[in-house]
Design a binder for this molecule. Structure first.
Ligand code: ATP
Ligand code: MG
Length: 545
């Protein structure tokens, strides 16, 4: 966010600090551990941690774990890993479940103040008596139970005397309030379920509205930032804090960030995983932080992307191309250059001796001269890309064709003297001569192609990814969003040839394969077989589509 105009939250915070409303700010990132984090969460992380950092405040990581059925320790661990990987460190780590006893006490306080009651209506009955925008709701027949009776019934709820759904605790506010969320909202429900941290200790669980603001308050969060869909919850957030007379945290809303050509809700991402449309939460096509990491995204590229999106009060969807260009910019500066041939055809340099390699020098990264040069073996037979030769090249084609000259990157200039086809009519071998220094002076070379020396080449598998969906907004289409999965979102090249020095590459290392894009080593690699993911091409292939 540096170097950019202030966003509306920065304006608010600066005003608060100036006025002395707070000495320092406290924010939090509050994920529910019911899935892996996605790029939208990354936006929220950068925002909450970023604001704390910018204004010398603190940011907590709080797991909003009030729904035992969906939550798992696996998710808790992956979320912590992702936050750290993005480059942030929380001040304190909390779990809403740590506050269950305190929250229970708050509920008892409300009952004692005559501001909450135990209701016997079923979920359907409560929904049916809520009313709507035109019509006020109907008060429950149990609304005016005595404080003593409510205290007893609530204690019974906790003690496990009832079945799921048999009773709930509701706030006693106003059944004709213009905001439907203020019509005696639910505070607690019964759920006999095993919780990933509290085990079987509890069979009643607080609702989001009775956990979130209270947890903010316990942690003395000054600026509780959430997404826009909670704007109508704010009056309830304030009402509860006011009636409980606890630390006055305040809620601020910003618009969700969405990315096109993907889906972002954890529910949908979970379907993709469970139904095996992808290999897992970290499939390189997923918009999850772990998927992007495996794809080869860097923390900086994601932070840059989030900063360039900015924050606003209006929902919008961001072009995937912007995310890709942030990665390209980062890797252009950082990634070492290597050569790899993805669709090989053999080229024989007839005036070089057989069985002999020389070493040629090539720069590791011209954007970063301190990375120096590397030595690459070069000899009589090299692999080149099939598309870099044409039997009858058109005018503007500056690569190889009969009698044409081209530069082999870092090795010299060659002239094509002939070629051989197989019985199917496909080019099998191309013959060339390496030009002498004298000859080089006489030719004009327009094209440079990459190559890999045959006798020293290593092989690799290469996974080429494209967008996971064929439409920009799969979640908004008619029917099932999974009907719009791109069948060609993964294309595997089983045998590509790579420079020998790549054999030492480690999982996660990124390289620019000259003329081909940025690639990183996938975790499926083994000693026997290296596997590369294409992180992003060199140019935006979608601009022309
Ligand atoms: P989803 O709907 O994808 O499951 P969620 O909002 O239920 O997401 P939480 O774990 O509750 O997921 O979110 C943690 C924090 O991240 C919340 O403060 C939430 O507002 C924020 N967040 C979630 N999705 C986005 C998004 N697309 N853009 C910005 N912030 C988001
Ligand atoms: Mg949520």
């Amino acid at each position: 966010m540096e170097g950019q105009a202030n966003n509306f939250l920065e304006d608010i915070i600066e005003k608060h600090l100036e006025e002395g409303k707070y000495d320092s700010i406290q924010t939090r990132f509050p994920p529910e551990p019911n899935g892996y984090l996605h790029i939208g969460h990354a936006a929220s992380i950068c925002l909450n941690f970023g604001l704390a950092k910018k204004y010398g405040g603190k940011c907590n990581l709080r797991f909003d774990d009030t729904n035992p059925l969906a939550e798992e320790t696996e998710y808790v661990e992956s979320i912590q890993e992702d936050v750290k990987w993005l480059g942030f460190q929380w001040d304190q780590l909390f779990f809403t479940s740590d506050y269950f006893e305190t929250l229970y006490g708050y509920a008892v306080d409300l009952i004692k103040k005559g501001l909450a009651y135990v209701d016997d209506l079923s979920a359907e009955e409560i929904a049916a008596t809520k009313g709507n925008m035109e019509k006020p709701g109907v008060e429950s027949p149990h609304r005016n139970r005595s404080i003593e009776e409510n205290l007893q019934l609530f204690a019974n709820m906790r003690a496990g005397k009832y079945q799921d759904g048999e009773k709930v605790l509701r706030a006693k506010i106003d059944m004709s309030h213009p905001n439907l969320l203020m019509r005696d909202p639910l505070l607690y429900r019964i759920k006999h379920a095993h919780h990933h941290r509290t085990g079987d200790k509890w069979c009643i669980y607080p609702m989001y509205d009775f956990a979130h603001g209270q947890s903010d308050s316990i942690e003395k969060v000054t600026h509780s930032i959430c997404t826009l869909e909670f704007i109508h919850h704010r009056p309830l957030y304030d009402w509860l804090i006011d009636k409980l007379e606890i630390y006055p945290s305040h809620q601020y809303e910003f618009a969700r960030r969405n990315l096109d050509y993907t889906v972002m809700s954890k529910r949908r991402l979970l379907q993709l995983v469970n139904e095996k449309h992808v290999s897992g939460w970290d499939d390189p096509r997923m918009p999850t932080v772990s998927g992007l990491r495996r794809r080869g995204y860097t923390p900086k590229s994601i932070r840059d992307f989030v900063a360039s999106m900015g924050i606003s009060k209006r929902e919008n969807s961001v072009d995937m191309g912007l995310l890709e260009s942030c990665l390209r910019n980062d890797l252009n500066k950082e990634a070492l250059r290597r050569m790899a041939v993805l669709d090989p055809v053999k080229l024989i340099i007839t005036n070089l001796p057989d069985g002999q390699n020389e070493m040629v020098s090539s720069e590791n990264n011209p954007e970063k001269p301190e990375t120096g040069d590397r030595k690459i073996p070069f000899g009589r037979e090299v692999w080149i890309e099939r598309e870099d030769f044409m039997e009858e090249p058109p005018k503007k084609y500056f690569r190889l064709g009969p009698d044409r000259v081209v530069r082999l990157k870092s090795a010299g200039i060659i002239r094509c003297t002939g070629f051989k086809k197989d019985e199917k009519g496909e080019i099998e071998e191309i013959y060339c001569e390496l030009l002498t220094d004298e000859q080089v002076g006489e030719v004009k070379v327009k094209g440079t192609i990459h190559w890999v020396n045959v006798s020293t080449a290593k092989t690799a598998e290469i996974r080429l990814y494209d967008r996971l969906f064929t439409v920009a907004d799969p979640a908004k289409q008619e029917g099932d969003f999974k009907e719009y999965i791109n069948p060609d979102s993964l294309v595997t090249i089983h045998t590509a040839y790579i420079e020998p020095c790549l054999a030492e590459a480690q999982v996660g290392d990124s390289f620019q394969f000259l003329r081909k894009g940025y690639f990183c080593v996938d975790k499926d690699s083994s000693e026997k077989k290296l596997i590369f993911n294409r992180s992003v091409g060199l140019k935006d292939a979608w601009v022309n589509k």
